[in-house]
Design a protein around this ligand. Sequence first.
Ligand SMILES: *Cc1c(COP(=O)(O)O)cnc(C)c1O
Length: 384
Amino acid sequence: MNKIQMVDLKGQLDKIKDEVNTSIQEVLETTAFINGPKVHQFQKNLENYLGVKHVIPCANGTDALQIAMMGLGLKPGDEVITADFTFAATVEVIALLNLTPVLVDVNSDDFNINIEAIKKAITPKTKAIVPVHLFGMCANMEAILEIAKEHNLYVIEDNAQAIGATYTFSDGRKAKAGTIGDVASTSFFPSKNLGCYGDGGAIFTNNDELAHTIRGIVNHGMYERYHHDVVGVNSRLDSIQAGILDTKLPHLDSYNKARQNAARKYNEAFKDEPNIIMPSGKTSCQGICDTCDCHVFHQYTLRVKNVDRNALVKFLNDNGIPCGVYYPIPLHNQKAYVDDRYNEADFKITNQLVKDVISLPMHTELDDEQIEFITSKVKTFING
Ligand SMILES: *Cc1c(COP(=O)(O)O)cnc(C)c1O
């Protein structure tokens, strides 16, 4: 059996090595390292893939979120509601811009921001909601859009973990994750579903005016060369990374299918285990049935009951199986983000999840033998 890895970037690269090398060589030959034709080409191809009017490439997914918020003109003191159970980047940029982060609890089934908790957190100062499509599963965008409309709030999708997922509205309409709110951010960090070989990110929007504003912000607030109209940042996707991403983009659907297939096999192996709660969507289809494609399994995350989760992690590691705990501490308990306004009773689900969750190896190269080995070891431990 091949050595099991949490993410197998080398195995994936080996299959597209010639295309990647050609693309890198092209950039080297033209020396158009910054804002070269590859960046524009990738931007256009990603716009077509997503069905969104504007993709604005930038340096990483954290910048993308920050720039999206700057583009919307959010002001110090504005309250921004986001999930307590996510990667810290989401809350970090809110705090950096002197906006007020308002963390709220999530759902126990899909781990995404809880709709009732959003409603409860809205005040006259609330200006935006940032749903995170956590672990590759779309948040309940229909309900979020409804709340946003009612309260006149912006919706900023943190789509770092769900690129390629398709969200289905109750009327059957479909849209790619990241094209549903006012603006979205994504990350091309190597281990993300569409990853480059360094740092990268992008902002998506269907709003022409916002796209124009954001194109200036990523480039020092310049709309005309050496005219700085607003305070901006320097945040660029370099041409080598853009070329790599453009090479990988046509494979994204098959990469996500490979992840979904691995998830199905995991689900099948765990379906009769009373102490294992499988990752699932709002419906029993688990986000990957014929009519819905809303989960692209950036992570495959279980909840385990009646066992010591940390001991399970150690047992798996001792058996050569890497695994992860995403995330071990609720954001509202992180030193940087503690706030007197928070009440532990409002974070029942997150407080439980941080004790129960375990993410198993998930990537495009997992084979049946590896999945069989992983699931059998998990079951051996769980059933003592
Ligand atoms: C990875 C990630 C980010 C940040 O992306 P970087 O490219 O690493 O800056 C933001 N939000 C979420 C949910 C992420 O998973």
